[in-house]
Design a binder for this molecule. Structure first.
Ligand SMILES: Cc1cc2nc3c(=O)[nH]c(=O)nc-3n(C[C@H](O)[C@H](O)[C@H](O)COP(=O)(O)OP(=O)(O)OC[C@H]3O[C@@H](n4cnc5c(N)ncnc54)[C@H](O)[C@@H]3O)c2cc1C
Length: 470
């Protein structure tokens, strides 16, 4: 504990936690898949204290694992088992510093919960469009550091498209004051873009300035039953013609995943008369109160039914029904957590390749892992498909690591053949660091290492995440 002594002079007592019970929640991830140990959990209240912690970490060569809401799915916020690192929780940096209605921007500290930011924007009659199943727990620092996606990317892009300015602390404690609300800024290299999505390996994010959008006044939600992923893409094409940029979400789910969700998550119900092989979740929204999104959706789904693109559809008739439809989609991660031993992936391919990609993964899974069920769910409008292989309950837990390595190898080979990405939105974390070293172009990897070295020459920021240890 000697090395922590210097911190007591600069931090309040509540900022330094070494009690094992109090630290426990911070030493494993949401799924309980990764576990680690730490010298301490540090909880600064502001950017100055965060900077002091990093100066101390540099002086003592202590590894720092930043943590937000700890909902990440790639093991990036969990320390290794050495017990030598500190976990740096940004949860107490939780002020919304400003909402600028005229300029359509919002500035929030890293520890703010995403749902609170959505509400703060709504309270000023604006929209903050980032929406994820974990929005009640994940934090601004986490969503920035993972470049999170979610269900509205098809319309508003990922976090990278929403961030205008960033305040962050370098490994040596220097604060970079980049909270500019500028829409255009070509002054030098875009360092902010490097920090976004760097999963705590380049800097500690302490605050961000985001773009806001006009609040949606009218919306229409539907759950559709279809026979194939190709039908889903035909439906997307029809919707693009009729509703254009009003498409806020377009999500795909296979029936096996729907079955698990209905069976395992309380409060879920299928609003269709029967089960279908595939489902699409749609949301159209318009900031113009006279926008005809309800009629547009009804007409387009009618056309799709007439052209045999669709088998059935339920259009929400109330806000409660719309919420119930989205509950089915958001409950998937919980269903998978309860379902049993799974190996999951967060892949992306070109949107047009989604049906062939799914077919290729399904064929591989049937041949190589006949005991497993292949599940598919995801943001099909972005080409982002979560592939999940669910193994029987009796699968020995100590076999899962080897099994996951073999499944990953097979799935990533297919991703490679389609020119896709091994992670679309969850990030590399610790779970895919080796896979990144094997799949990235060596010269690109060399550049990534050079960037890491420029930001963090001692390698104390989240070591082992993103870039595998040499
Ligand atoms: C039910 C559920 C649904 C989800 N749905 C989606 C989805 O649709 N789309 C999606 O993109 N993700 C999704 N996720 C994954 C996850 O919620 C996101 O990755 C989210 O952005 C993580 O935020 P967090 O605050 O929990 O970060 P954490 O899990 O705490 O950390 C994630 C990474 O960011 C780093 N980090 C955290 N805070 C900081 C900081 N202030 N500075 C520097 N580095 C930091 C950590 O070290 C770690 O590497 C889902 C997760 C769950 C559990």
């Amino acid at each position: 504990m000697r090395s922590l002594e210097a911190l007591h002079a600069v931090l309040d007592p509540a900022a330094i936690v070494t009690d094992p019970q109090a630290m426990a929640l911070h030493l494993s991830d949401w799924r309980g898949k990764y576990r680690g140990a730490a010298l301490a959990l540090l909880r600064p209240r502001n950017v100055e204290e965060t900077s002091a912690i990093l100066r101390w970490a540099t002086a003592t060569r202590t590894a720092v694992v930043p943590q937000g809401g700890n909902t990440g799915l790639s093991g990036g916020a969990t320390p290794d088992s050495s017990g030598k690192a500190v976990v740096l929780s940004l949860a107490r940096l939780n002020r919304i510093r400003a909402v600028d209605v005229e300029g359509d921007t919002l500035t929030a500290e890293a520890g703010c919960i995403l749902a609170d930011i959505q509400q703060a924007a709504a309270a000023k009659d604006r929209l903050f469009p980032l929406s994820l199943g974990s929005e009640g727990s994940c934090q601004i620092g986490g969503v920035v550091s993972t470049n999170a996606g979610g269900i509205n990317v098809i319309r508003y892009g990922t976090v990278r498209d929403l961030v205008l300015g960033l305040e962050y602390v370098r490994a040596d404690g220097t604060v970079i004051h980049g909270l500019k609300p500028l829409r255009k800024d070509n002054a030098g290299y875009a360092l902010r873009e490097l920090v976004i999505g760097s999963e705590g390996t380049l800097a500690i994010v302490t605050a961000a300035t985001f773009r806001l959008f006009p609040r949606q006044r009218v919306s229409a939600t539907a759950l559709c039953g279809l026979d194939s992923p190709s039908a889903a893409l035909k439906l997307l094409s029809l919707l693009r013609q009729s509703a254009g940029e009003r498409i806020s979400s377009f999500e795909l789910m296979c029936d096996a995943e729907m079955g698990l969700t209905l069976d395992l998550v309380p409060g879920t119900a299928l609003p269709l008369e029967r089960r279908h092989s595939w489902y699409v979740f749609i949301e159209l929204a318009d900031s113009d109160p006279s926008g005809r999104v309800g009629e547009l959706l009804t007409e387009t789904l009618g056309t799709a039914l007439g052209e045999n693109v669709l088998e059935d559809a339920a259009i929400a008739q109330s806000e409660a029904q719309a919420k119930a439809i989205w509950h089915l989609r958001f409950a998937v991660a919980e269903a998978n957590r309860r379902a049993g031993p799974i190996v999951s992936h967060d892949t992306s391919v070109a949107v047009a390749d989604v049906p062939a990609f799914i077919a290729a993964v399904e064929a591989m899974a049937t041949e190589r892992f006949p005991e497993a069920r292949a599940l598919f769910v995801g943001h099909v409008g972005d080409g982002n498909i979560h592939v999940v292989l669910l193994f029987p309950q009796q699968t020995r837990r100590d076999r899962l690591g080897d099994l996951a390595a073999t499944v990953n190898e097979r799935v990533f080979a297919i991703v490679g053949a389609f020119g896709g990405s091994i992670t679309a939105e969850h990030g590399i974390g610790r779970s895919l660091a080796n896979a990144l070293s094997q799949s990235a172009q060596p010269e690109a990897l060399e550049l990534m290492r050079a960037v890491k070295n420029a930001f963090d020459p001692l390698g104390i920021l989240n070591p082992g995440a993103v870039l595998a240890r040499p």
